[in-house]
Design a protein around this ligand. Sequence first.
Ligand code: ATP
Ligand code: MG
Length: 245
Amino acid sequence: MSDVPKTHPRYLSLTLRDKIVRGVEQGITSIHGLIAHGRGEAFDYLIAEKTQHFATAAIHAAAVMLCLAKHPVISVNGSVAALVPEDLIELGQVLNAPLEVNIFHTETGREQKIKDHLLKHGAKEVLLPSTEAALDYIDSNRKFVHPEGIFKADVVFVPLEDGDRCEALRKMGKDVVTVDLNPMSRTAQQASITIVDNVVRAVPLLVDQIKKISDKTKAQTLISQYCNRTVLEEALKHIRRGENI
Ligand code: ATP
Ligand code: MG
């Protein structure tokens, strides 16, 4: 870690940069992850690096959708593995859902390195993609999934996802919950629920919210009233108003 004083006005942002850089050095994050991170930072700036009301609404709905799922699965890539390993593991525990590694650039055994990284942080079981099961509607190596994981899932939590894969999952009839700071990305637009927030803030809040759900039937009403398009429009309006600039 570089020596950033806690009093630095951009302390948090610089700490996250360090985490991503460390992920690249450890061989768990692709070098392309640095570019995706930069894009995320720009959007985070536009929402004042805070969880805004549209993200809170999406987190509430996502907690219900994940709680009501029969077979929820958490898809992990090299960026989220570097940024929020413990929170993803806790999410898996509260939902009783497996973590499954799925990445685009599979160079130098990165899938196994991500798995080892999660196990080191306390994960019990981490699934890897298998050639025995594949998603339709997608040509890249990311179509390969675990037969007992994403292949079987009814709801997939896929933070920082690529648009093609999100679209394929949706076309296969699966619900997708994503975290994406860009409300205009194809992923944000196509997911069932999009949390427009930084993954480092959103995942702990999502875990807390899931722990609070006691009455699942009552919770179901909340989800039937949720409209992702409206929530994304709220996020865009917030950014357009430029309140934080
Ligand atoms: P899409 O393929 O969905 O159209 P894209 O090609 O613009 O998106 P990708 O690189 O595929 O972008 O996905 C990365 C996404 O993750 C970007 O939209 C970026 O804003 C977002 N992102 C990056 N870092 C974070 C973060 N820490 N928290 C939440 N979102 C982030
Ligand atoms: Mg993309």
